[in-house]
Design a protein around this ligand. Structure first.
Ligand code: C5P
Length: 367
């Protein structure tokens, strides 16, 4: 029975990593496409980022509640009782999730901003820096000591990322594919009469646009590292609150913060409506983003944040190939290929080197 359980867990771990990898590449490409449609004519205003983030948070909570309901034998009173006992009456446990919820809502908005301003490959490779921030937060918050080889691979990682960046900034032609949406916002009105919202419009100046995108990625790396370690700690250590309950606790706060983010767009929403600029692609992005969030939580529970980094590395290769072959992005230059290879090798080197006294995970599991 133990063997069966081990195999079962292993497959859950592998499955979650593969699914996360596929989800990440699909998400990155689709989101970039939804913000920078090169083939779709711009007939209307681009959709509002904050509304898309709110919808995906709502969807995640709805899905978590549905799973809880199924787990509770589809008895409404049992589900309600569990939510009351584990979420409402344990205020302090629930409140712990307000911190990652706030950071994730900021980070999810930044994800849209980053992909409105950067090509898929640059975004993904730069975002690998989150492995460094994850390591630092594990060290600071959990007192994890890293072996020399870990630090070495982290230095390699930064080298690889900067190679990709140097290449990217010397060749901004990729970014020119991102159509300055400001020109097409509202037919009839002169462009300078259009209220330019930096969150929702790819900046017409490619240098500024690139800088904005990179900045969004850097802040996301810090948020991702901290929140990842924080959430992993909550689901692996301490009292054994189930993953579903943790996700519901997180979801409640995420929705509250996402509503606040939406309120910053209230003027535009009053004029053009909540769903302005929505297309089927936008809905797909919302759906895949919600699904991805749940996958991330499963990965944190059954694998860990470092293995999660592996899954993202793999998706870099996938999305670079697809964005080159299918979306017509510039072919990767030799420097990009060298940089990306260093990034991926360093990730593998890091992940394969066991942690001192903690198996191969960055966080010791309590079981
Ligand atoms: O890039 P990173 O792995 O940090 O992204 C984490 C993503 O997973 C965020 O979009 C966050 O909202 C989502 N997430 C979630 N539920 C969790 C943990 C993360 O939806 N329990």
């Amino acid at each position: 029975e133990r063997f069966w359980l081990r195999r079962h867990l292993l497959s859950l771990k592998t499955m979650s990593l593969i699914m996360l990898s596929v989800q990440t590449s699909t998400m990155v490409l689709l989101l970039r496409y939804s913000r920078a449609p090169t083939s779709t004519p711009h007939q209307h205003q681009p959709y509002l980022i904050t509304t898309a983030v709110l919808l995906s948070e709502l969807l995640k909570l709805a899905l978590s509640l549905t799973f809880l309901h199924l787990e509770s034998g589809r008895v409404v009173s049992v589900t309600g009782r569990r939510v009351y006992d584990e979420v409402v009456s344990r205020v302090w446990e629930t409140l712990k999730l307000a911190i990652p919820a706030f950071l994730y809502v900021v980070q999810n908005n930044l994800l849209f901003i980053a992909l409105s301003n950067l090509d898929a490959a640059t975004y993904q490779v730069t975002y690998q820096l989150k492995i460094l921030t994850t390591a630092i937060f594990s060290w600071v918050m959990l007192g994890k000591r890293l072996a020399l080889i870990h630090w070495l691979s982290l230095c390699l990682l930064m080298l690889g990322v900067s190679l990709v960046q140097v290449e990217g900034s010397s060749n901004t032609s990729e970014n020119s594919k991102i159509i300055p949406e400001v020109e097409v916002l509202k037919g009839g009105e002169p462009p300078d009469a259009v209220p330019v919202d930096i969150h929702n419009v790819a900046h017409p100046n490619t240098e500024v646009s690139r800088l904005l995108g990179i900045l969004a990625v850097f802040v996301s790396c810090i948020s991702s590292g901290f929140s990842g370690v924080y959430f992993e700690r909550l689901v692996k250590r301490g009292n054994q609150t189930s993953l579903l309950i943790r996700n519901i606790q997180l979801g409640i706060f995420s929705i509250a913060f996402a509503v606040m983010a939406v309120s910053t767009d209230s003027k535009v929403i009053k004029e053009g409506g909540f769903f302005q600029g929505y297309s089927i692609i936008t809905w797909l992005v919302v759906l895949i983003q919600a699904f991805g969030g749940l996958m991330v939580s499963v990965t944190m529970k059954y694998a860990d944040n470092i293995l999660k980094g592996f899954a993202t590395s793999l998706s870099i290769v996938m999305s670079t190939l697809v964005s080159w072959l299918a979306l017509g992005d510039a072919a990767p230059t030799p420097q990009f290929i060298v940089g990306a290879s260093i990034v991926i090798s360093s990730t593998v080197l890091y992940g394969l080197t066991p942690q001192k006294g903690a198996g191969d995970t960055i966080l010791p599991s309590s079981h």
